[in-house]
Design a protein around this ligand. Structure first.
Ligand SMILES: Nc1nc2c(ncn2[C@@H]2O[C@H](COP(=O)(O)OP(=O)(O)O)[C@@H](O)[C@H]2O)c(=O)[nH]1
Ligand SMILES: Nc1ncnc2c1ncn2[C@@H]1O[C@H](COP(=O)(O)OP(=O)(O)O)[C@@H](O)[C@H]1O
Length: 197
């Protein structure tokens, strides 16, 4: 006799895209991976953060970050305009809340590239969100990448490596880890996770 389905009617699949958070130590390759994803799949929406850090050569206001003054950042925080914010290596960074919520409501897959402290806040405020940790193949390779990028003076690199030790220790808090050996492989896995592939 054929098996008879006797369960309750299954719920329709939840088709709302989920928020995806990508974190990992400075220099691990987060920006490189995200740029690769978006080159092939521009439909992935990356939140543009506000920061008090100075622009690096080639960084554009409104594209890489909204570069703001300390006073402007104070206001964003006081007015509740940030979904999360954190101080990282001497500068403040925060995710503008409204644009993230609007894109999710419109069914757009949303990606945040933020630090560990921000990821922890998103875990609290948006528990549906998926937290992905990007890990380096080794500590030596992380140092090589951060130094090789050539965008920071030695004392800033030292601060970021100190923060990296704390970030690496927090890996078990994340829903999953991807090791950035190959940019293409990591980008593909993230796109699949976001249901974009
Ligand atoms: N919490 C939080 N962290 C952010 C935000 N935007 C960027 N970050 C993180 O701040 C750290 C420093 O970023 P950045 O100065 O651009 O350096 P880079 O990541 O080494 O290129 C990285 O870990 C970023 O992921 C944000 O809006 N909120
Ligand atoms: N899989 C990889 N293999 C080798 N080098 C990489 C890889 N991913 C990124 N890089 C290099 O490492 C450096 C840091 O990458 P970046 O994307 O700026 O890191 P993050 O955004 O995490 O600070 C850059 O010079 C980048 O070209």
């Amino acid at each position: 006799m054929a098996a008879t389905f006797r369960g309750t009617t299954p719920e329709p699949p939840d088709v709302r895209p989920r928020l995806t958070v990508l974190s990992g130590p400075s220099g691990v390759g987060k920006s490189t991976v995200v740029a690769h994803m978006r080159k092939e799949h521009p439909e992935v929406w990356l939140s543009v953060s506000a920061t008090t850090r100075r622009p690096r050569p080639g960084e554009k206001h409104g594209v890489h970050y909204f570069f703001v003054t300390d006073e402007e950042m104070d206001k964003l925080i006081a007015n509740g305009e940030l979904l999360e914010w954190a101080e990282f290596a001497g500068n403040r960074y925060g995710t503008p809340r409204a644009a993230v919520l609007e894109h999710l409501e419109d069914g757009v897959p949303v990606l945040l590239e933020i630090d560990l402290q921000g990821a922890r806040q998103v875990r609290e405020t948006m528990p549906d969100g998926r937290l992905v940790f990007l890990a380096p193949p080794s500590w030596e390779e992380l140092v090589r990448r951060l130094t090789g990028r050539g965008t920071e003076p030695p004392e800033v690199i030292e601060r970021r490596l100190d923060a990296a030790k704390i970030e690496l220790a927090a890996e078990p808090e994340f829903d999953m880890t991807l090791v950035n050996t190959s940019v293409e492989d990591v980008a593909r896995e993230l796109l699949a996770l976001m249901d974009v592939l």
